[in-house]
Design a protein around this ligand. Structure first.
Ligand code: NDP
Length: 310
């Protein structure tokens, strides 16, 4: 069963289901990617420099035997690399062993001090994140646009950007409108308003942590469980199918073969079964007292910025 694609605003097609790879232990990712691509039919892998797993992702893709041209690879620019985007892209390309990325995202709309006390999470002496508050993310974006023009990336996007950040700090200054905004979107944090805004601007929403992240806490939700029972599916299928039904690109992570398989096949089955009424029922869950984030970065709190996605 093939996963449907949708078109990004520059015509590039992206599969609606992608394999997430964050927090996969060493020596787990290559096998997970190989299995997902070779045995199940995934054609979209989401990784990031910051996950430290690009080499393994590349290895998994090569081991699958499926041609690179059939696979959609996303990686992300880390927060300490905003002043040297092309070098960061080149590093990701070398890690993955590929000549181009299908999608490259600004991981967070935050520039952390590249000369700070840690290459990934630099902190000031008082323990707060070492953010360069006078940096303009539109300057980062211009470098990302240049990499598209050089043929190193097919599409560029953002992650963790609120409507406010997009409207005030990015969209007025871009030549290329971001193709996607990758956000924490799931049953308990559906971000209806932001999703609607993104779609109005031609920006595809991508859902990370669609199962509630580590330990998949959303699997215990009663509404998802009831719909799973009704359709003889798993709760995960309902949670993922709910998002895919709305044309939200969805990125479930698993390193467990049976889950990698069911997250793909079960989701497509759920998409074919969920009715408008079911979707409306799921849409109402968060508002009925269940609104919750699982990934709110603790380092978002100490920035003093009013720009985190709501
Ligand atoms: P998910 O919501 O995808 O949940 C992953 C967890 O659910 C793992 O513990 C996994 O276990 C478990 N799981 C997966 N499928 C099933 C299943 N069918 N039944 C039971 N348990 C299951 O969380 P993530 O936070 O990883 O988000 C997904 C992806 O989104 C990331 O991997 C990453 O690629 C991206 N992301 C991007 C962020 C950003 O800032 N742009 C931030 C966070 C995530 P196991 O692996 O052991 O099977």
């Amino acid at each position: 069963m093939a996963c449907p694609n949708i078109k990004l605003n520059n015509g590039v097609e992206i599969p609606l289901i992608g394999l997430g790879t964050w927090q996969s232990g060493p020596n787990e990712v290559a096998s997970a990617v190989e299995y997902a691509v070779k045995e199940v039919g995934y054609r979209h892998i989401d990784c990031a420099w910051a996950y430290g797993n690009e080499k393994e992702v590349g290895e998994g893709i090569r081991r699958s035997g499926v041609p690179r041209s059939e696979i959609f690879i996303t990686s992300k620019l880390w927060c300490t690399h905003h002043q040297r985007v092309e070098a960061a892209v080149d590093e990701s390309l070398a890690n993955l062993g590929t000549g181009y990325l299908d999608l490259y995202l600004m991981h967070w709309p935050i520039h952390l001090n590249p000369n700070g006390n840690d290459p990934k999470f630099p902190k000031r002496p008082d323990g707060t994140r070492d953010v360069l508050t006078d940096w303009k993310i539109s300057d980062t974006w211009k470098q990302m646009e240049a990499c598209v023009k050089k043929g190193k990336i097919r599409a560029i996007g953002v992650s963790n950007c609120s409507q406010k950040v997009l409207e005030e700090q990015l969209l007025p200054f871009v030549e290329m409108v971001p193709a996607v905004d990758q956000l924490e979107i799931h049953l308990y944090n559906p971000q209806h308003k932001l999703v609607e805004f993104l779609k109005s601007k031609g920006i595809v929403p991508q859902a990370y942590s669609p199962l509630g992240s580590t330990g998949s806490p959303l699997l215990g939700d009663e509404t998802a469980a009831a719909l799973a029972k009704k359709y003889e599916l798993q709760p995960a299928d309902i949670l993922l199918g709910y998002l895919v039904s709305k044309d939200i690109v969805t990125l479930p992570k698993s390193v467990t073969p049976a889950r990698i398989e069911s997250n793909f096949k079960g989701t497509l089955a759920a998409v074919s079964k969920l009715t408008k009424g079911d979707i409306a029922q799921l849409d109402a869950v968060a508002a009925a007292g269940k609104q919750k984030r699982f990934i709110t970065p603790p380092w978002g709190v100490d920035l003093g910025f009013d720009n985190w996605p709501q």
